[in-house]
Write a protein that binds this ligand. Structure first.
Ligand code: ATP
Ligand code: MG
Length: 306
C-alpha cells in the first residue's frame, strides 16, 4: 500500500477520488506554473506503481475520457530531483516512436510536485508479467527483443542514452506492444562528447565499465552500456530470475562487483537455440567496444525467428 502520509497530502490540494478507490490524496492545482497540463484536467482512478522518484496513477482525462498514466514526482524544490524530472520531460517530448511510451503533457505545481501524463500501458511492466506468468518462451523473448531494440535504436540514433534498461522499466499493453519508459536518469549526449561519466541507474543491470568506472578512466560509452542492460533483461525473462546471482542472494555491492566485473558473463541453459546464445554473447561482451549496436542487433539471425 502506498505511503499516503501527510507529507504527500496538502489541505488545499485534493483530487476527487472515486468511491471505489482507496482514499488517495494527490495534489491538485488550478493553474500550472510550467507545462501544458493542469492536474484538474484529470480524474484519478488508482495507483499503478511506485518508483524511487514518485507515484504513478491511472487517471482519466476529463475532457477526452481517455485513460492515461500520471507520474507524480515529489520534487519539493529539491534541485537534483527537479533537474532530473525536467530532463525526463524534455526527453519524452523529443521522442516519437512506437516503442517508447507516449508523452501527453506535463505540469509543475506550485507545491513543487511535477506531473507527467503518459500513455497507459495496461499490462504493466515486464517485471510484473514475469512474476505473474513465469519465464518467457524463446519466441516471446524474440518478440520483446525486436521491440526494445527498435526503441533503443531510435533513441541511440537521436543521441539519447537510457541508462536504466531493466524489466521494471519496460511496459506492455494488451496488444503485447513493449515500450521503453522511465527516462529519469537518461541523457542526451552532445555531438562532440559521446561518453557518460555519472554513476546513475540500477546497479544490478549495469555493464562492467559502468559498475566499475575506474576500469575505463571514468568515462563509458552509454550506448554500449544500454545494450548490456538489454541483454541481461532478456536473459532474465528467459530464465525467470536475475541471472547474475544465485536465486535468493541479495544484490549487494560486493556480490554484484564479482558477478559483473570479475566473472564470465552467464551462459544460457541448454534449451536455448544457437541463435539465442550468439545474440546473448553479442550483448554481454565484457569489453564494451566489442558489443553490438542496437541497429546491428536488429539484423541478428535470432530476431528472424518466428
Ligand atoms: P524507479 O526509479 O524506481 O525505476 P520511477 O520513480 O522513475 O521508478 P517509473 O519507473 O517511471 O518511476 O514508474 C514506476 C512504476 O509505475 C512502474 O514500474 C510501473 O509499474 C508503473 N508505471 C509507470 N508508467 C506507467 C505507464 N505508462 N503505464 C502503466 N504503468 C506505469
Ligand atoms: Mg522505473
Amino acid at each position: 500500500m502506498a505511503d499516503f502520509s501527510s507529507k504527500h497530502c496538502r489541505p488545499n490540494l485534493r483530487l476527487n477520488v472515486p468511491k471505489r478507490s482507496p482514499c488517495i490524496d494527490i495534489p491538485t492545482l488550478s493553474s500550472s506554473s510550467e507545462g501544458d497540463l493542469i492536474l484538474d484536467d484529470v480524474e484519478k482512478l488508482q495507483v499503478l506503481g511506485h518508483g524511487n522518484s514518485g507515484i504513478v496513477y491511472q487517471v482519466r482525462h476529463k475532457r477526452t475520457s481517455y485513460v492515461h498514466a500520471l507520474k507524480v514526482v515529489h520534487a519539493y524544490f529539491d534541485p537534483m530531483t527537479l533537474r532530473s524530472v525536467r530532463r525526463e520531460i524534455d526527453i519524452l517530448r523529443r521522442t516519437d516512436s512506437p516503442n517508447i511510451v507516449q508523452f501527453h503533457g506535463s505540469f509543475e505545481a506550485p507545491s513543487g510536485d511535477v506531473g507527467i501524463l503518459l500513455e497507459h500501458m495496461d499490462l504493466g511492466t515486464l517485471d510484473t508479467l514475469l512474476k505473474n506468468k513465469g519465464p518467457f518462451s524463446e519466441s516471446q523473448v524474440v518478440a520483446v527483443a525486436r521491440q526494445v531494440l527498435a526503441g533503443l535504436s531510435y533513441l541511440h540514433e537521436n543521441k539519447i542514452v537510457h541508462r536504466d534498461i531493466k524489466p521494471s522499466n519496460l511496459l506492455v499493453n494488451q496488444n503485447m506492444e513493449v515500450k521503453i519508459s522511465d527516462f529519469g536518469v537518461s541523457k542526451v549526449l552532445s555531438r562532440t562528447l559521446d561518453t557518460c561519466d555519472s554513476y546513475v541507474g540500477t546497479g544490478a543491470y549495469m555493464s562492467p565499465e559502468r559498475f566499475n568506472p575506474d576500469s575505463c578512466g571514468g568515462n563509458y560509452n552509454g550506448y554500449a552500456a544500454d545494450i548490456w542492460s538489454l541483454g541481461l533483461t532478456l536473459f532474465e525473462l528467459y530464465v525467470g530470475r536475475f541471472p547474475l546471482l544465485p536465486a535468493g542472494q541479495r544484490p549487494e555491492w560486493a556480490a554484484l562487483m564479482c558477478a559483473i566485473c570479475f566473472n564470465d558473463p552467464p551462459a544460457l541453459p541448454e534449451s536455448a537455440s544457437d541463435e539465442f546464445r550468439s545474440f546473448m554473447e553479442c550483448c554481454l561482451k565484457k569489453e564494451s567496444s566489442e558489443r553490438w549496436t542496437a541497429s546491428q542487433l536488429l539484423n541478428h539471425p535470432f530476431l528472424s525467428q518466428q
